[in-house]
Design a protein. Sequence first.
Length: 288
Amino acid sequence: MDSSRTQTPREKLEAWLRYYDDLNLGAFYTDRRTMGNRQIHRAALNATPAELPRVPPAVLPAIAVAPPPLPKAVPPKLQTPAPVIALPVVNPSSLFEAIDRVENDSLERIREDLGECTRCRLHKQRNKIVFGQGNPHAELVFVGEGPGHDEDIQGLAFVGRAGKLLTQMIEAMGLTRDDVYICNVVKCRPPENRKPEEDEVATCSPYLFRQLDVIKPKAIVCLGGTAAQALLKTKDSISRFRGTWFDYRGTKLLATYHPAYLLRNPAAKADVWQDLKKVMAQLGLKKK
Ligand code: SF4
């Protein structure tokens, strides 16, 4: 093939496919609509070689920034017409970030904007909105899924049994709850502690985004899949990316298991401790 002429779109696509195939990355063109371009690139570029197999499938395609040049000889298997694959439409995440951001924002203003919120159905059975609490200048923010029974009564995040375990986790890192900020994706308790619905997360999470923008922590730890899925805009299971660093609007983000899950599965505490040690290393913390 004459390498000096301009590649057709089909030739470029074939080159991409061949490149991923050479890297043994497998099929890459599914389930990637929900993760923003910038997050994909940063997550993949931040991953170490050892972490690559655990990067969500949505991330893998972005490992290469530019397609490789076409080789001179086309392998026989590519001489048959390639299937027509719709290239994914990835929305520019910066657009959404711009929409979420509020000039001169503050935690007080966000709380004020929430008011006695009735924006989603979760308001119907709640007792108190659980906005979040802790150090407004925290270097570390923990994000959970939503309030439970005790939190709903007290209006405070992570104060039940799972909260006590979270306190132990924080103290094991050499910190106190006053050093960190703790909040949830949804601010009202889902009935029967069910998972928040997609539309409830979509309605409430912009307030979380604003909280994180105001606090500007050095690291975010997502407790459980719902928090990670909301911030990374993915539907992948947490087991696919737990313990891997991602980029969230310029802040390092790592997902680990929710303390409530640890209460049911104590054996998973060892995995969580490994994750927390990564966070400690990232923040330059030494166990006291
Ligand atoms: S969960 Fe969030 S959006 Fe829904 S009512 Fe409560 S504060 Fe409002």
